[in-house]
Design a protein around this ligand. Structure first.
Ligand code: GLC
Ligand code: CA
Length: 557
């Protein structure tokens, strides 16, 4: 496998709206991020992905872009963006932006023009179909945020447009070469500014199975999940290859795909040498427990399922390429609230979960607040909900017969708002995120979970994450941690998640006791030294290790 500049890095996702507000309007912004660059450098991350900061009506929090060439004034200016790129670079940090090109905002100039003249140039930028009241829709796909993915084209009673996400996110027609040209031009324009690369949003959706047709109905709403269509669609690869060729590869840029539904045999083309992307997120764990019926029907994830999903993904890509490993992002609940058994969310277990994910082969992507162990947010009423996906799932839960209280409890568990509450910097009002009124409430637990107090405490979750990152950067272990093979160790031993990372002259054993009870683990070879331990003690009896509940260790063998 060819070595790349980004292989050895640790990445960090910022959700700009909730990271740091520099001017007191309650909304995080680019100057706020700039003011935290020293912090990011100190943490040790070298790639920073920003969720979208382009002009947007924020119907889906910036994933609905109305101008790809400008920064939304709420986030700052183009000068701020350029300053961020330059100042990050001085600290050895590459800035990665979000690339949202499956759809635009309905307020994008292209869509406005398409509405004015559906038969003209811009009408062909989207999927627009003739339709008359009473006729069936062109197809029965359910949009990701609920309801049919067809809506009336504004200003036209007899035309529909396609949106696989929210109705304010009309899908771009990638079959049209002019659309693709516009997109490549925009990507290169940004790369010319010195951007390190892109996180590529929802990209698998750009290929539609045409002509539009129905798939099996899978809920009482009479609609069909987009997943059925995606399984059936072929040919996304030619778009992706063209995009990589015309943009990323020319700049040796980093690209991380948000890809679901890829088929095993496609993996080498997606993320092998010269693949469509540098890497792709591993969503195997995030998908666990989910139900096609909706969030209300989801099952808690057990440690055994978590382990098997990680190992399965590792096996799939073993020699092919690099995954990007996460426990959470802006679309998921907080990993510690989601994957740790109920009642077991405390510093030691948070560290174990973080450590187990961090040393998987691939690029670790931390999400803002993960490094201080931020937890889910408890709603008190549905009026507090911002996430459009959660609002839809609330309705789905009620329709399925849940009480309002139960529906609220369900969405509290899964809402994307869980990850979007403001970063908890310190114990001052609003956790030091803003001097004004935050756009979203701060998690009341900020008084005991915040960065300032964790900096002081050598045993904090934050200092633990710094240790993880430093070990990955340590030249003595870097090669093994980055390129070493991964072999599951005692995968059948219940609630033990353990794996070896080995290169020619080195073996590291990573172990997590994923339960409250202690357990005993025979070691495959003598221990040379303990590199990381999330607890004080190490009970080693010859080649038998007695692990305490939620103990996490990295041993050099
Ligand atoms: C991706 C984003 C998500 C957004 C969606 C539509 O899944 O991560 O936040 O809602 O795409 O752009
Ligand atoms: Ca602001």
């Amino acid at each position: 496998m060819e070595h790349k500049w980004w292989h050895g890095k640790t990445a960090y996702q910022i959700y700009p709206k909730s990271f740091c507000d520099s001017n007191g309007d309650g909304i995080g912004d680019l100057q706020g991020i700039i003011s935290k660059l020293d912090y990011l450098e100190q943490l040790g991350v070298e790639i920073v992905w920003l969720s979208p900061v382009y002009c947007s009506p924020l119907a889906d929090q910036g994933y609905d872009i109305s101008d790809y060439y400008n920064i939304d004034p709420r986030f700052g200016t183009m000068e701020d963006m350029e300053a961020l790129i330059a100042q990050a670079k001085q600290r050895g940090i590459g800035i990665v932006m979000d690339l949202v090109v499956n759809h635009t905002s309905d307020e994008h100039e292209w869509f406005r023009k398409a509405c004015q003249d559906p038969d003209g140039k811009y009408g062909k930028y989207y999927y627009i179909r003739d339709w008359h009241e009473g006729e069936p829709l062109p197809c029965n796909w359910r949009s990701y945020f609920g309801g049919p993915c067809w809506d009336k084209l504004p200003g036209h009673e007899d035309k529909l447009y396609l949106h696989v996400f929210h109705k304010k996110q009309p899908d771009l027609n990638w079959e049209n070469p002019e659309v693709r040209e516009e997109i490549y031009r925009m990507i290169n324009w940004w790369l010319d500014k010195g951007l390190a690369g892109f996180r590529v949003d929802a990209i698998i959706n750009i290929k539609k199975k045409l002509p539009f047709s129905d798939y099996p109905v899978d809920r009482e709403d009479g609609l069909s999940s987009i997943g059925h269509m995606l399984d059936d669609a072929t040919g996304v690869g030619s778009f992706l290859d063209e995009m990589a060729q015309r943009t990323f590869r020319r700049y040796d840029a980093f690209s991380v795909g948000e890809v679901f539904n890829e088929k095993d045999e496609e993996l080498p083309r997606f993320l092998g040498d010269n693949g469509y992307f540098s890497t792709m997120f591993d969503f195997a764990e995030n998908g666990l427990g989910k139900s096609p019926k909706g969030w209300y029907d989801a099952k808690p994830v057990t440690p055994e399922e978590y382990k098997r999903a990680c190992f399965h993904s590792q096996r799939r890509v073993a020699d092919v390429g690099f995954l990007s490993n996460i426990i959470e992002n802006h679309d998921e609940p907080r990993g510690v609230s989601h994957y740790l058994p109920q009642g077991d969310c405390f510093p030691a277990s948070k560290k174990m979960l973080g450590g187990l994910n961090f040393f998987l082969r691939g690029i670790p992507f931390l999400y803002q607040g993960q490094e201080i162990g931020m937890e889910n947010f408890q709603y008190r009423s549905v009026a507090e909900v911002d996430d459009i996906s959660a609002l839809d799932e609330y309705q789905v839960s009620l329709n399925a017969g849940l009480s309002e209280e139960e529906a609220l409890a369900t969405i509290s568990q899964f809402s994307r708002d869980n990850a979007r509450s403001p970063f908890q910097w310190d114990s001052s009002p609003n956790a030091g995120f803003t001097t004004g009124t935050p756009w979203m409430k701060v998690n009341p637990n900020y008084l005991h979970i915040n960065l300032a107090s964790q900096r002081e405490d050598p045993n904090s979750v934050w200092n633990f994450y710094r240790t993880l990152i430093q070990l990955r950067r340590n030249p003595k272990y870097h090669h093994t941690i980055v390129y070493g093979a991964l072999t599951p160790y005692l995968p059948e031993q219940e609630n033990l998640m353990a794996y070896c990372r080995h290169s020619e002259h080195q073996t590291l054993l990573v172990l997590g006791n994923f339960q409250r009870q202690p357990q005993t683990v025979p070691l495959p070879a003598p221990v040379i030294q303990t590199l990381i331990n999330n607890l004080d003690a190490l009970h080693l009896d010859g080649d038998v290790l007695h692990m305490d509940g939620y103990q996490f260790l990295v041993l050099e063998l």
